[in-house]
Design a protein around this ligand. Structure first.
Ligand code: FAD
Length: 478
């Protein structure tokens, strides 16, 4: 049967059955169309707001399959999306009517404990990566939810509990194999295609499809001091002011993120607290256990918490500790701001909005950055935000489509109210689909160089279902 594909020019191309059969014959993995077993699972992503139906899904088994799928899409002029872990809030891993290149079956992690390097395929999740590395007592900084894909996270920058000590995920990337738009496989590192290597360290999926990442590893674990201090939301304003002072003097090893939300029914929280507003300080010490207790003592001294569950935890377990609050299948909408510091105005605004959450699963999550991240020059990688202390994710999360308006409205109003206190920059991995006009805020002074490199590596903008950097053609973006 012939296949209709959405094209980059906005039309439809009819593909002859023998062309689809030739693709099937060329790949080791599966080629799925609507109605095939696995088609619906392959098009489902973390955010249930996204419901897209690709005409064709190529489930790649290796780099050869990725080349075949890129060739097929390019020759057909088809809309093309690339899926790793499927966590992107904008749902950019899947497309409507085009070709989705699904990398989620590419799961190899090869740790070299002697060289302290890991080679990782793009379908690997953070939890899979952490478990393999921890078998050798090794880590590299990734995000705080174990089901997130390592590919999309890395390509946008990547930060988590140990980034103040070891930098962003991209600061630990030493090389990558990339299938570029013409279908060729190139290696990108400081020595090979260094311009491409610069671009993929923050420039997202704009420059090609990474089929293998190579990361530098560090020794940490198996236990780290980590956990939560939980207080009533009514105490949040003075606590956050104290937290700001403590963290300004904290060592790189100590990270503490803040979450404001309705208390979930966690076993360590008294029943009467469930469902009431709380502020939780989530801390992790990326260093020797003996030094950790002293470092978290200042946080403990902030007040009398409802719960104090800071203690030794397996590193890989702590990396998955917040998973139950972030399961796939809910409706989600994010707005995000970056802050150099949390000044009094920002604290007032954030806490006031935390007091009027439109649904029990909404939350305000404040990631703490700085440390090693900020000792890298802003033009050393495509990720430019090397001067910020905090990123706040205004995370609306709910179940019933009837609540869409209230939940999205809450996040948007909070975003507007925080504008006077924020830098104006935005982390590309936290941008919802509608924020295409904020791409310059994601790349700041690196935007022009990225647009020039886009023209070199992907002049026709084949890789455009993402927070898109448009190629510069004859001086202006095409
Ligand atoms: C619950 C949750 C928690 C999160 N926590 C953190 C956090 O702590 N720190 C942090 O930094 N981020 C965090 N994020 C954001 C996360 O980094 C992004 O959502 C990221 O895009 C997820 O990558 P993915 O592979 O799962 O996504 P996908 O949706 O599969 O892919 C996203 C995009 O990445 C590109 N892409 C994916 N794979 C490839 C590839 N191999 N080659 C080229 N391009 C590719 C494509 O453009 C694709 O559209 C979190 C997200 C969620 C949902």
């Amino acid at each position: 049967m012939s296949l209709n594909l959405a094209t980059l020019s906005g039309g439809t191309a009819t593909i002859a059955p023998e062309t689809v059969e030739a693709l099937k014959a060329r790949v080791r993995g599966a080629v799925l169309t609507s109605g095939d077993d696995g088609y619906d699972a392959a098009r489902s992503v973390w955010n249930a707001m996204i419901d897209r139906r690709p005409a064709l899904i190529v489930r790649c088994a290796g780099a050869g399959d990725v080349k075949a799928a890129v060739d097929f899409a390019r020759e057909a002029g088809a809309v093309l999306s690339v899926r790793g872990g499927g966590h992107n809030i904008a749902g950019s891993g899947v497309c409507d009517g085009g070709v989705t290149i699904d990398l989620s079956s590419m799961k190899s992690v090869r740790v070299d404990p002697f060289a302290r390097l890991a080679r990782v395929e793009p379908g690997v999740t953070l939890g899979e990566f952490d478990r393999e590395c921890q078998a050798f007592g090794l880590v590299t900084p990734v995000g705080i939810n174990s089901t997130t894909g390592i590919a999309g996270l890395t390509l946008g920058g990547g930060f988590g509990w140990i980034s103040r000590k070891y930098g962003l995920t991209v600061d630990n990337l030493v090389g990558a194999d990339v299938v570029i738009a013409d279908g060729s496989l190139v290696h990108a590192s400081e020595n090979d295609h260094p311009d491409l290597f610069w671009a993929i360290r923050g420039g997202g999926g704009n420059f090609g499809i990474v089929t293998s990442f190579e990361y530098r590893l560090h020794q940490l674990g198996p236990q780290v001091i980590s956990g939560l201090l939980v207080y009533p939301l009514s105490e949040a304003k003075p606590l956050l002011r104290r937290y700001r002072e403590i963290m300004a003097a904290a060592p790189d090893e100590l990270s503490c993120w803040v979450v404001m939300r309705a208390a979930p029914p966690l076993p360590f929280l008294p029943k009467e607290v469930h469902g009431t507003g709380i502020v939780a300080f989530a801390a992790c010490y990326a260093g020797p256990m003996e030094a950790a207790e002293a470092a978290v003592a200042s946080l403990r001294a902030m007040g009398t918490p409802i719960a104090d569950v800071i203690g030794p935890h397996p590193y890989a377990g702590w990396q998955a500790a917040l998973d139950p609050l972030l399961t796939p299948g809910a409706r989600n909408y994010w707005k995000s701001h970056s802050f150099t510091t949390l000044n009094d105005g920002a604290i007032e605004t954030l806490v006031d909005f935390a007091g009027k959450l439109p649904s029990p699963e909404c939350e305000l999550a404040c990631a703490q950055l700085g440390g090693a991240i900020n000792r890298v020059p802003p033009d050393a990688t495509a990720y430019p935000h090397r001067d910020i202390g905090y990123v706040v994710n205004m995370h609306a999360r709910w179940r019933d489509p009837a609540d869409d308006g209230a939940c999205i409205g809450w996040a948007r109003s909070l975003f507007e109210a925080c504008k006077p206190f924020a830098t104006g920059g935005v982390y590309v991995n936290f941008m919802p689909e509608e924020e295409r006009d904020r791409v310059p805020n994601a790349y700041l002074g690196n935007e022009r160089r990225l647009a020039n490199l886009k023209a070199k590596y992907d002049p026709r903008n084949l890789f455009r279902i993402n927070q898109n950097i448009r190629p510069v053609v004859s001086g202006s973006p095409c």
